[in-house]
Design a protein around this ligand. Structure first.
Ligand SMILES: [Zn+2]
Length: 434
């Protein structure tokens, strides 16, 4: 029965455990009174979701295995909570502002949202609270809507807590479920947990596909124990999220980057023909000229609003460079991880990409160009996140952020405004600290 420990599994009535065990929680998978699926929270229609056998099913979470009204959700709760020694080997030092946030997390025992600028070092700040909860015998989940973010978080957490048997779970992850006190997983995977975590840390809470996805929200709400606690991490909280949580959550703002330098403010460049620049040499000239200028100091990430567009511009631009200097990567690319690593290793000078690299990834010494920053795919958050890729790590290297546009948009205006405001706030903090 240990396969049920600490998560929830759907099983048919005939396989329900017969032993009397207080730790076992058994719930009907579909609540016929409320018409709600208990795994994903979606309301099902008794008319439309009726099977020939007379059972109902949930059409919303079939990707996790079809759930019918004949089934039950079974989970075995933890019964023994034991205090223990938890080894944290992270050797770095938190900056005073980071330390202040980390201390508040240890003291306030409240749901908290950490609103920290890109490159503030959010992960390091959560190490002490993870250690505290684990030491008290609790169970911790660290989750993010994006697989790339989970993959990047896992090795850092594993390294900091080497004695924990940390589990990494995502759709196609190599390891399958096993009970663990420390779990890193995508928010999608939370659908398999019921009242499991004492502390649930949601990184990049504002990232697609969590934002506006009621299923994932339901999964997040079901995954923590009744007296469990949330920590949300974000660099770009939507106004709506702030309004929603501000009564229950403490909000910790951290406007200063780890290295204490300000965020790079985007430079707006008018580019009339950005959308068709690959068709004519003289339209492409503006991009080539700027690339060469930026390349004197840094490698360049060029963000494109769609994969089709990216491929065309990439094909046109690579003719101006030596073989292998320019590459492109998108979500459809099977060599995605290898290419991102090659960019980190400085194998490429220019990497064309889509919004997949908008967040959660760190490159040293890059500048950024956004082709068509006025395109609707770029929300304010996306623009702030992409700008935040520059000057995250290492010594200052004159990284620049260029927005190419042929129309001014609200998102562009608000993104620039937010970046400037954060820099202003950071300046005040630094003054106060002196
Ligand atoms: Zn469902």
């Amino acid at each position: 029965m240990n396969e049920w420990l600490g998560r929830q599994v759907a099983i048919p009535k005939s396989e329900l455990p017969t032993v009397d065990d207080d730790a076992m929680v058994v719930r009907e998978a579909l609540d016929l009174k409320t018409g709600q699926c208990q795994r994903c929270g979606t309301l099902f229609s008794k008319k439309e979701q009726l099977l020939p056998s007379g059972k109902y099913y949930c059409g919303a979470c079939v990707q996790f295995g079809r759930l019918t009204s004949e089934e039950f959700l079974v989970s075995k709760q933890e019964t023994t909570i034991q205090k223990r020694e938890v080894l944290l080997t992270w050797q770095g030092k938190l900056t005073p502002p980071q330390q202040a946030v980390a201390d508040h997390l240890l003291e306030n025992q409240q749901h908290t949202m950490i609103w920290a600028v890109t490159g503030a070092g959010k992960t390091e700040m959560i190490f002490p609270i993870i250690q505290q909860v684990l030491s008290l015998g609790g169970r911790v989940g660290v989750t993010s809507p994006r697989i790339d973010v989970c993959r990047e978080l896992f090795p850092r957490i594993h390294q900091a807590f080497p004695k924990e048997k940390t589990l990494l779970l995502y759709g196609a992850s190599e390891e399958k479920y096993r009970y663990s006190k420390l779990t890193v997983c995508t928010t999608h995977q939370l659908i398999h947990f019921y009242q499991a975590f004492d502390l649930l840390i949601v990184d990049e809470i504002d990232a697609f596909p969590y934002e506006g996805n009621p299923q994932l929200r339901f999964a997040v709400s079901q995954a923590i124990k009744p007296n469990g606690r949330y920590i949300y991490l974000t660099a770009t909280p939507p106004q709506q999220l702030i309004a929603e949580i501000q009564e229950e959550f403490a909000i910790e703002q951290l406007p200063i980057r780890y290295h204490q330098r300000p965020l790079i403010v985007p430079e707006l460049h008018w580019y009339e023909h950005w959308a068709s620049c690959y068709q004519r040499k003289w339209h492409l000239r503006k991009l080539i000229r700027l690339l060469n200028e930026l390349l004197k100091a840094n490698a360049v990430l060029v963000f494109c609003p769609s994969i089709a567009y990216m491929k065309k511009v990439y094909a046109a631009v690579k003719q101006y460079f030596a073989t292998g200097e320019v590459a492109c990567v998108s979500s459809q690319d099977e060599h995605r991880e290898a290419k991102v690593q090659a960019m980190r290793d400085k194998s490429y000078r220019v990497l064309f990409t889509t919004t997949i690299l908008e967040r959660g990834v760190t490159f040293e010494h890059v500048s950024v160009i956004i082709m068509g920053a006025n395109h609707p795919v770029y929300t304010k958050s996306a623009l702030v996140q992409i700008s935040g890729r520059v000057d995250r790590k290492g010594a200052f290297n004159h990284g620049r952020v260029i927005f190419f546009l042929n129309q001014q948009t609200v998102a562009i205006r608000k993104a620039c405004q937010e970046i400037k405001e954060m820099n202003h706030l950071a300046k005040r903090w630094r003054k106060d600290a002196l």
